[in-house]
Design a protein around this ligand. Structure first.
Ligand code: KG4
Ligand code: ZN
Length: 345
């Protein structure tokens, strides 16, 4: 059975995983770096790169030990080659190249976004192409039509901040800690989502794109006013994100007579229960099946990179050992840039 070692190091998660073509996750070792970055309230690229360099080799060893497997038994090595923080990406990619060179096995350079985009197929056996994908992470907020491996049409993107970025900044403003997304979700559980009036950027607009920067500024103003409890701001903010995503998705779905039969969500923000609940409801209204990966597969991990490697390897693709790391790497290279500063990849 084809088995691939996946390596991930594009942001603040160092990870190594062994996955088979028949969807067995033989091992998935992961080390977060929250403790390294907490004091700074966000990921510090240089600190992240150093931590990846320290953690990658022990994690690869852990993965092989957990799977009770040796290096000569794998068929290929898949490593994230971008987009992401370049110092970190290089650590994983160079580790992958070194292993490929030492073993003579093929290297597969994986786009981190493709890792997220294909991850639902690792755990949902019946998920076939095409599907509509909402990719919401710390660096991105995109609506994509996934037509096949390596075949993506970007239908919408954020014109400023990513959805996860908005969660992280809100957590920072409210002093809820780092990483922000889970902290805001936890605080929101005890808050009143109608307590704080916040904007729904781009809601009702006649373009399909997303925007979250105005929401973040409004959260800052609400917090500085001293009139609101942090949990009420958190709950109102989360509701605003849910409403924005719903409004923008409805806009696209209303104009998509040939919509794929499945709505899929992936990326770190897909771990959010309020967002998952809204998407499930929305999919039902459009007679679409809704698929969301398990929570651990939403946030960064190496199993999704190994799986994307399996998908590419099965299609007969591998990459030369001199392939370069790419800090920016859009899934849909044809997509036009949109206005604003949020064209992150
Ligand atoms: O996909 P991911 O792990 O890394 C990137 O590729 O960016 O996504 C990380 C993002 C962070 O912004 C984090 O705050 C957010 O996902 N996130 C969440 C939740 N869990 C993680 N946002 C909202 N609710 C959550 N439960
Ligand atoms: Zn990610």
């Amino acid at each position: 059975m084809t088995t691939i070692l996946g390596l991930e190091s594009s942001c603040d998660e160092t990870a190594a995983a062994l996955v088979t073509a028949d969807r067995q996750i033989l091992a998935h070792a992961l080390a977060g770096q929250e403790d390294h970055h907490r004091a700074f309230g966000g990921v510090v690229p240089e600190i992240a790169a150093r931590a990846h360099a320290e953690l990658m080799t022990p994690l690869i060893e852990t993965a092989f030990a957990d799977a009770d497997m040796s290096l000569d038994k794998i068929d290929a090595i898949a490593a994230t080659a971008g987009p992401g923080l370049i110092g970190g990406v290089m650590v994983g990619l160079v580790s992958g190249k070194a292993l490929a060179m030492a073993t003579g096995k093929p290297l597969i350079a994986v786009n981190h976004l493709e890792g997220h985009a294909l991850s639902p197929r690792l755990t949902d056996l019946s998920l076939s192409f095409p599907y509509l994908l909402l990719l919401v992470s710390g660096g991105h907020c995109q609506l994509l039509r996934v037509n096949g491996v390596g075949q993506y049409d970007r239908l919408a993107t954020t014109i400023d901040d990513a959805a996860g970025e908005a969660f992280d900044k809100t957590a920072k403003i409210l002093g809820l800690g780092f990483p922000g997304g889970p902290a805001v979700e936890r605080a929101a559980r005890t808050g009143d989502a109608r307590a704080v009036p916040l904007p729904r950027p781009l809601a009702g607009s006649n373009e399909p794109h997303f925007s979250f920067a105005g929401l973040k500024s409004a959260v800052l103003r609400a917090s500085e006013s001293g009139n609101h409890k942090p949990e009420d701001i958190a709950a109102s903010f989360q509701q605003a994100v849910v409403d924005c995503l719903e409004d923008r998705l409805r806009f696209s779905l209303e104009r998509m007579p040939d919509a794929p039969p499945v709505l899929v969500v992936a990326g770190g923000v897909a771990a959010n229960q309020a967002i998952r609940a809204m998407l499930k409801e929305l999919a039902g209204q459009y007679a679409m099946r809704f698929v969301a990966p398990p929570l651990w597969l939403c946030t960064d991990n190496a199993a999704m990179i190994a799986w994307a490697g399996i998908e590419r390897f099965s299609a007969g693709w591998s990459d030369p050992l001199d392939i370069a790391a790419r800090p920016r790497w859009p899934l849909d290279e044809q997509a036009e840039a949109v206005r604003g500063a949020g064209v992150k990849a």
